[in-house]
Write a protein that binds this ligand. Structure first.
Ligand SMILES: O=P(O)(O)OC[C@H]1O[C@H](OP(=O)(O)OP(=O)(O)O)[C@H](O)[C@@H]1O
Ligand SMILES: NC(=O)CC[C@H](N)C(=O)O
Ligand code: SF4
Ligand SMILES: [Mg+2]
Length: 493
């Protein structure tokens, strides 16, 4: 594996590339990362552990927690799931009352321990730790500039540039952080910790979710509200785009690092697929929003059938919505084996082919002799839909009608979602009819962008595109994405 830092390695990691021995990992829409922060709680490390456990679906490659006891940091990071990385003794050794934690799916830099977060540094004012969910689009450009100025990077993660920008500034921490956050472009939810402070920031478009809660006298921060619920914290509010919260000995200070008016563009895929159904985004519960998507799909693309089924687990809510809207019964047409876990670690194409079968099984007695409507959240390469349609047919389904709760996925993501190469996104080169043929469905329909906005938003429909980023569907990126000298991530066109 080469150590040369290119846009490709910085953004995607060699881990997924041919010849890395890990081929096949880069074949799926992978979730993002989860961050969790605690300010002033005597059980900070344990709370971070339970919070990260609730966010596990957002990142399974590595996990880490860093705690400040005032004088020093105590931290641990490891490859794997939260429950694999930590044990009771390790947690007990992480003493202190400020903590930040992270679960990772890599988008920038290899999936290896040195890139696991939180990243921890010593700088002129003491200790500094950073954890982020998202992706910095101009990371390579900034890194090259910093390296020319003498900076020595310890990782290949995009996140590290923020620590360097802060450390090199002559201003105080908050002003240095503001300058650093203004300099980076992309989608990000940042937690920055020093010995006695916690800084919390969201990108100017609010692409990545970040929420704040209260637990007794402590403040807690999490990528999703399900983590707050897990630790019994009260939800206060979401972090606003461009906001910078500073927590110090005097309490919470609500500030901003940019006044520039940007469009609000929360990732639509959070609503469609990534976030847990028990989480709330922008005040709306995800299960309810997905039910509305299913019902909207039924209004846009009704088809007569005997039953509706959703690809577990992500599309069950939408399938219930479709069934309620049409009066066609919802049935458990498929079962997901919850012990299959990270199917993406299977190395060969052959094993990956088996992966979906290992993960999903048709319920023969339910689908046999029936006309089936199958709801899924997205079609990326088309491999999952094709396998599932054929699996339902093999189990005796007479017809399989596929309904997707997102528009055709045509463009790569630059903001913290690991997408396959544009050429491998089936909808980037094929029509809906060609995709229907390829997945062997009797009919196929993708949700309209307008329908999606209506189903998701409600309260913010008036905003441009309902306050959503829809770039992977419509190529309208809310930020500049193509920086001089940096190839477009995921795009080889
Ligand atoms: O068209 P494809 O490239 O096959 O990808 C689309 C599928 O990928 C995701 O599911 P995945 O099986 O990755 O995970 P899940 O169990 O979380 O839905 C998504 O929910 C779709 O079902
Ligand atoms: N998926 C993410 O949010 C990844 C965060 C960061 N870009 C990394 O690769 O570590
Ligand atoms: S491009 Fe797609 S996946 Fe990426 S942030 Fe925007 S909506 Fe989400
Ligand atoms: Mg799926």
């Amino acid at each position: 594996m080469s150590d040369e830092i290119t846009a490709r390695t910085l953004w995607t990691g060699d881990y997924y590339n041919e010849g890395s021995g890990k081929e096949g990992l880069f074949d799926k829409l992978k979730e993002e990362c989860g961050v969790f922060g605690v300010y002033r709680h005597s059980d900070a490390a344990s709370l971070a552990y339970y919070g990260l456990h609730a966010l596990q679906h957002r990142g399974e490659e590595s996990a880490g927690i860093c705690v400040s006891s005032g004088d020093e940091f105590h931290y641990h990071r490891g490859m794997g799931l939260v429950k694999e990385v930590f044990n009771k003794d390790l947690l007990a050794s992480l003493t202190g009352d400020i903590a930040i934690g992270h679960v990772r799916y890599s988008t920038s830099g290899d999936s290896k321990l040195t890139n696991a977060q939180p990243l921890v540094f010593k700088y002129r004012d003491g200790d500094l730790a950073v954890a982020t969910n998202g992706n910095i689009v101009n990371a390579l450009q900034i890194r090259q500039e910093l390296e020319q100025g003498g900076s020595i990077f310890q990782t290949t993660s995009d996140t590290e540039v923020v620590a360097h920008l802060i450390a090199r500034s002559s201003k105080d921490l908050v002003e240095a952080a503001k300058d650093a956050l203004k300099r980076i472009v992309g989608g990000f939810a940042f937690l920055i910790m020093t010995n006695d402070k916690l800084l919390v920031a969201s990108d100017p478009n609010g692409l990545r979710p970040l929420t704040m809660g209260r637990l007794g006298d402590a403040y807690v921060f999490a990528s999703e509200t399900c983590a707050l619920e897990t630790i019994g914290a009260e939800l206060l509010r979401d972090i606003e785009p461009g906001e910078l919260l500073v927590l110090d000995k005097d309490g919470l200070h609500e500030d901003r690092y940019t006044e520039e008016k940007q469009r609000k563009a929360l990732c639509a895929m959070e609503y469609i697929y990534f976030a847990r159904p028990d989480s709330d985004l922008n005040g709306a519960n995800l299960h309810a929003a997905r039910k509305r998507m299913g019902s909207q799909l039924a209004l846009e693309a009704f088809v007569d059938a005997d039953l509706v089924t959703g690809v577990p687990d992500s599309s069950i809510s939408a399938a219930i919505g479709y069934a309620e809207q049409t009066g066609i019964p919802y049935e458990l047409g498929m079962i997901k084996n919850k012990y299959t876990g990270r199917t993406f670690i299977q190395p060969s194409q052959e094993l990956r082919e088996q992966g979906v079968k290992m993960k999903l099984s048709a319920v023969r007695r339910v689908v046999e002799g029936k006309r089936v409507i199958m709801i899924d959240d997205s079609i990326v390469r088309g491999t999952t839909s094709r396998r599932i349609v054929n699996m339902l047919r093999d189990a005796g389904a007479l017809e399989v009608h596929v309904r997707i709760t997102s528009p055709p996925f045509k463009n790569p993501c630059f903001y913290g979602i690991d997408t396959p190469d544009r050429r491998e996104l089936i909808a980037s080169s094929k029509t809906v009819e060609e995709i229907r043929q390829e997945i062997n469905a009797d009919s196929l329909y993708f949700m309209s962008a307008e329908g999606l906005i209506a189903a998701v938003g409600g309260h913010n429909e008036q905003d441009y595109k309902g306050g959503l980023c829809l770039a992977c569907f419509d190529n309208d990126y809310p930020t500049q994405v193509d920086f001089k000298g940096e190839e477009k991530f995921g795009c080889s066109c």
